[in-house]
Design a protein around this ligand. Sequence first.
Ligand code: NAD
Length: 324
Amino acid sequence: MGYENVSFPVGSKFLVTGSAGFIGSNLVESLINQGFKVRGLDNLSTGRRKNVDEFINHENYEFIEGDIRNSEICKKACEGIDYVLHQAALGSVPRSMKEPLIYEDNNIKGTANMMEAARLAGVKKFVYASSSSVYGDSPILPKVEGEEGNVLSPYALTKMVNEQYGRLYTQNFGLECIGLRYFNVFGRRQDPNSQYAAVIPKFIKAIRSGKQVEIYGDGEQSRDFTYIENVIEANLKSCIAPIEASGKAYNVAYGERFTVNQMFSLMCQLLEVELKPKYLEPRVGDIKHSLASRENSEKYLGYHPSWSFTEGFSEALKWYKENI
Ligand code: NAD
C-alpha cells in the first residue's frame, strides 16, 4: 500500500473535510480501517449522502453536515482534532469558467476559515488539497514546484491562493500547513453522474450505458493519472512530515503520463469492448500536457507511491463494473 508503516500517537483524531466526496470518503475509510477516530465535515453540495451513510454507524466516526463558509462550523469541526485533511472545495475547471464567484467563496474563504479554526484549536498539521492546475500555462515538463505559469481558470487561482495562505499560516501563525497538488486522481467512489464528472468515470458511464464516448480535442493531451491509494499515502505521510516540509505544496502523482486516447484504448481493452470515440472542440482552460516530478514530495514527505496507473486502473474498473 505504501502507508502501512505510518504511525501516529495513540488516540490521534482526524478531521476530514469534504468527507462525502470522492477523495474525502476514501480518506475516511482508510483512517477508520486503521483504527483512528475520524470526524467528517461536508455540506453535501457535490458530495453524496451514500458516502456518509457507509460509515455513519461506525463507533470511531462522527459526521457534521455543515459548510466551511461558516467560520463557527469550522471551529466546531476542529475541536479536539490533531490532524486536518482538508478536501472540501468545488472542483471542476469548466464549472469555474461558468460560475467564478462561487469558487472564491467556497475554496478561498472556506479554506481560510478552516486554517483559522485549525490554528485556534491547536491542530498539529493542516494538510490541504491543492491541484496540478496551479502550473497553468507553463509548458515545462515534468512540473516542478516553484516553476508555475499563469493560471488558466478561477478554480486554479483559488488553489494558488490557498497555497499562499498555507505559507502565511505556517510562517506567521504557528499552524503547520502542507498543500498537496493532486494530478488527475481516479478510483472507487468517484462520481460518474455529475455534469462535471472527471474523465475516467465519465467514459466508463458512457460505455456502460451504450453511449458514444466524447473526447475534447484530438485526445493527444496527456495526464499523470493518479490512483486514489497514492493520494491517501501522501495525506498520511504529510501529517508526520518534519517541520521543514511545512509552508509548501507538493506534487502528488505517480510520475508517468498517458494520453486520453491511450487511456480510452486501455479502458476498452479491460472492459472488452471495441468502440470509437467522438472528438469535440478542445475545452477552454484545459492544459495540454501534465506530468509531475516526484522529487520534492519524495524528499520532504517520504512519498513513494506504489500504485502505477495501469495497476490502479484495473482496480478502479473492477469497482465501477460492480457499482455503475
Ligand atoms: P468531490 O466533489 O468529490 O469532493 C469535494 C467535497 O467537498 C464534496 O463532498 C462537497 O460536498 C464538499 N464541499 C464543497 N464545498 C463545500 C463547502 N462549502 N462546505 C463543506 N463541504 C463542501 O471532489 P474530490 O475529487 O474528492 O476533490 C477533493 C479535493 O481535491 C478538492 O479540494 C479538489 O479541488 C481537489 N483535487 C481533486 C482532484 C481530482 O482529480 N479529483 C485533482 C486536483 C485537486
